[in-house]
Design a protein around this ligand. Structure first.
Ligand SMILES: [Zn+2]
Length: 226
């Protein structure tokens, strides 16, 4: 009753196109849902994501759910998820993607889901990691535990411009896996929102691969097409 009243005063709009949502629609309208630019990476072993890591870091499999462009639905929903606290977008996308990933996840015996951690300062300012609800949704649908404390981001200042030796060293140690014996021998699914160059994911994967007998696979919500 109250919810209907609120809907009447503040009608819910689609986070993709801003059109009013119908009564049975939630988060995204059916048009936006239908038009999501899926990559179908999970059906192809050698896809645009896995190719980014060739010869750089060994990953078991990799896939992005959607294509990210400089305009359109995906840009809009990622912006809403990242900066406007619309965390339900992560939940919806996680539910949709879990369904598609199920087979490849089972084939690869993934044992734990690891989100790329935010810088603590940014986490404090934003109040949430934008990839958390997506990870929770994958975890619940695929029945794989989520581990948010294994991989940590150290408090270094990120510099993209300083290419001196010290800065490079800091960059390499930006992420660290704080592991114990029980974390050994696992297959981690590393998850981020958008992959562009892959540099962040590479550092995270490197940190996880320092754990004895570990394997790493990578999933992102979106893939930036260059
Ligand atoms: Zn829409």
């Amino acid at each position: 009753m109250l919810k209907n009243l609120i809907n009447l005063i503040y009608p819910q709009t689609c986070f993709g196109c801003k059109n009013l949502l119908l009564k049975n629609e939630k988060t995204l309208c059916s048009d936006c849902l239908h038009e999501l630019p899926k990559t179908y990476h999970h059906n192809i072993f050698e896809n645009d994501l896995t190719k980014k890591f060739y010869g750089i870091i060994p990953i078991e499999f990799g896939a992005s759910f959607l294509y990210f462009k400089s305009y359109g639905i995906v840009k809009e929903i990622i912006h809403n998820l990242k900066y406007r606290d619309k965390q339900e977008i992560g939940t919806l996308l996680g539910n949709l993607y879990a369904y598609e990933l199920k087979e490849v996840i089972e084939q690869n015996n993934i044992t734990e889901i690891i989100p790329v951690p935010l810088h603590p300062k940014r986490l404090k300012k934003r109040g949430y990691n934008q990839v958390t609800t997506f990870c929770v949704s994958l975890s619940e649908n695929l029945n794989i535990p989520l581990n948010e404390s294994l991989l940590v981001r150290n408090l270094y200042t990120e510099t993209q411009t300083h290419k001196d030796k010290v800065a490079r060293q800091y960059q390499t140690n930006l992420f660290e896996a704080r592991f114990s014996e029980q974390d050994c021998g696992k297959h981690f699914l590393l998850v981020d929102d958008v992959i562009t160059t892959g540099a962040t994911l590479e550092k995270c994967a490197n940190a996880l691969l320092k754990i004895p007998n570990s394997k790493v696979s990578i999933v992102t919500i979106a893939f930036t097409q260059s």
